[in-house]
Design a protein around this ligand. Structure first.
Ligand code: ADP
Ligand code: TZD
Length: 577
């Protein structure tokens, strides 16, 4: 064999990695090039993969994580060694926390040098650092293990409770070679990566019995329910039982927010009053006040409110993590909800509907709160406040129910969540379990890439700053993203003063009257400075219609926000002096 033929029959590590991903139906990579992965990014593109190149790895990581949430396939984030890896790690940890499946693949330095700490280029023991933050972490040292490495990473990311997986690839693996057919033989097309987990029949019966005994039942839907893509069965379960439901933030739209059984507008009434609560794909963490305390009708912050709980979750360890779960149903939500529905259908027409008293009391609260909100939304102050601006966003989303909505900030988050109705599943993606700032542009890019649908990103001006440079990425790939910045001159609001009286502004205050719209103009996108609701409306409608990258600087009254939005009580109290 001459040399030319010889090289043709060889594959290197980069080839095999690309083949392994493609073999498993993964065609998108979110990343940022550099040593040792630059050539890999080029070759992925040459091999027909979509390689979306970012300006900062955290944003690429967030994009991968939300791609995982939207598609049930692990999103891939590809970074360089030590600093690039660390930049991506924030997103990996956030993915694990939120149960989003992603794989962070980072190139790394030579093991021999790292382990002797001899000071290699970008030296770091990345595997050890990733381990506590990831659901699983693996390293591939030989080219013939790439197939197994990818297969293990995929299974770990999507099976059971989904999460973030780290895959460490030392530079030399990319350059190792293997004879082509032998290499292909090492690859694994993962069969049934997220096996169904059927709940035990007795667990289903126990849950149905408890639900049946309820006088004031309530269902809570979390983002696990949205992730599960069991939309029709979840809707049928809610409607057949007639039980009022509350969607968590990213479960909004699983049933349309305008559904008559939605109790969102009566949240503070239903939580303490309910006697049996069925939680589907949500954790009783801080976002649900740990299932106890005053929110739930307890007398003090730790006091149990007396509710009994059914919890449907894939993680057998989730039950009892905060309060007693009387009827845990462990399995995947699709299988669990289907089993519950079977039980309900088996009862013929005998399933007891919640009492008219309970439903009537909820309806009462709802209509009062909705009327109060309508009054507030109808006001037209100058400058705009969160409500008058969100009245516009609410209309635009209603007219474009397929559009994706990304949301971050404090007030900009809380008000958007409560004012903007969602009509379809998995349309609202936001700061999630940590309330983390910085997901905005990464989520917006992936939402556009994965769905092809228009994306509206409602961003606090502080929140936007964490990922703002990706506006260039949005323009570069010509993505149909409309960023709306609620600009109130700072973190929470723009009116704080320097408590020491010095020349520096207060820590929460930004440059006054900043023109964020100019940023996108630098990259050829459409920038709009919107002072009135009419200007905001025209700009948003145009952006959604044209699908052109757009950034709207919506000027909001700088006095309008409150510290930390709705969670101001979580700020430690200063000692009274
Ligand atoms: P939220 O923030 O909306 O309240 P969480 O992230 O706290 O939701 O909870 C999501 C829950 O959903 C997690 O406990 C996770 O184990 C569970 N989960 C995720 N995917 C599935 C699935 N396919 N089947 C069952 N449970 C799931
Ligand atoms: N850093 C990170 C990574 N996440 C955080 N959540 C914070 C800091 C603290 N933080 C919040 O919780 S909200 C917020 C910060 C800095 C920004 C709020 O200001 P905003 O929104 O301009 O984005 P509003 O509408 O003015 O409240």
């Amino acid at each position: 064999m001459d040399t030319a033929e010889n090289t043709q029959t060889l594959l290197d590590g980069a080839d095999l990695l690309i083949d392994a991903l493609k073999l498993n139906g993964i065609n998108h990579i979110y990343g940022l090039p550099g040593i040792p992965i630059t050539d890999l990014t080029r070759r992925a593109q040459a091999a027909g993969m979509r390689m979306i190149s970012f300006r900062h790895e955290q944003n690429a990581g967030n994009a991968a994580a939300i791609a995982g949430f939207l598609t049930q396939k692990p999103g891939i984030c590809l970074t360089v060694s030590a600093p690039g890896f660390l930049n991506g790690l924030n997103a990996l940890a956030n993915a694990t926390t939120n149960c989003f499946p992603m794989i962070l693949i980072s190139g790394s330095s030579e093991r021999e040098i790292v382990d002797l700490q001899q000071g290699d280029y970008e030296e770091m023991d990345q595997l050890a650092i990733a381990k506590p933050l990831a659901k699983a972490a693996y390293r591939v040292l030989h080219i013939d293990d790439i197939g197994v490495g990818i297969a293990r990473a995929i299974r770990a990311a999507v099976s059971g409770r989904p999460g973030g997986v780290y895959l460490d690839l030392p530079a030399k693996v990319f350059a190792q070679t293997i004879e082509a057919q032998a290499g292909k033989n090492t690859l694994i097309k993962v069969v049934d990566p997220a096996p169904r987990q059927i709940p035990a029949p007795e667990a289903v019966t126990r849950a149905l019995d408890l639900l049946k005994s309820a006088k004031r039942p309530l269902i809570i839907l979390g983002k696990g329910a949205a992730y599960a893509q069991a939309d029709a069965d979840i809707r049928a379960l809610v409607e057949k039982t007639g039980i009022p439901y509350l969607p968590m933030s990213m479960a909004k739209g699983l049933l349309p927010d305008t559904h008559p059984q939605s109790a969102s507008a009566a949240r503070s009434y239903v939580l303490p009053e309910a006697d049996v609560v069925m939680v589907i794909g949500a954790r009783l963490n801080w976002l649900l006040s740990h299932g106890k305390g005053k929110t739930w009708g307890g007398k003090s912050s730790k006091d149990w409110g007396g509710q009994k709980f059914v919890q449907i979750d894939i993680s057998p360890q989730e039950a009892d993590s905060n309060v007693r779960i009387d009827a845990p149903v462990v399995g995947d939500i699709g299988s669990c909800v289907a089993a519950m529905l079977n039980g309900i259908n088996a009862s013929g027409g005998n399933w007891p509907k919640p009492s008219g008293d309970w439903l009537g009391a909820i309806e009462d609260r709802k209509s009062k709160n909705v009327a109060k909100m309508a009054e507030t939304l109808a006001k037209n102050p100058t400058p705009m406040n969160f409500h008058s601006a969100l009245n516009v966003v609410r209309d635009v989303v209603k007219a474009n129910p397929d559009a994706m909505l990304v949301n971050e900030g404090a007030n900009a988050l809380d008000f958007t969540r409560s004012i903007v109705d969602m009509y379809k599943p998995r349309k609202r993606i936001d700061v999630g379990t940590w309330g983390v700032m910085g997901i905005g542009m990464g989520f917006a890019v992936a939402a556009a890439v994965e769905t092809g649908l228009p994306v509206i990103a409602v961003e606090g001006d502080s929140a936007f700053g964490f990922s703002g440079m990706e506006v260039e990425t949005i323009c570069r790939y010509n993505l149909p993203v409309c960023v709306v910045i609620f600009n109130n001159n700072g973190v929470y609001k723009g009116t704080d003063v320097n408590a020491g009286g010095g020349a520096d502004v207060a820590p929460t205050v930004f440059v006054k009257n900043a023109r964020y719209d100019k940023i996108i103009e630098a990259f050829g996108g459409v920038g709009v400075h919107a002072i009135t609701p009419a200007e905001l409306r025209a700009a948003m409608e145009q952006a959604v219609r044209s699908r052109k990258p757009t950034l709207i600087n919506a000027v909001i009254d700088e006095t309008a926000g409150t510290e930390s939005g709705r969670i101001t009580s979580l700020n430690p109290k200063a000692a009274k002096k």
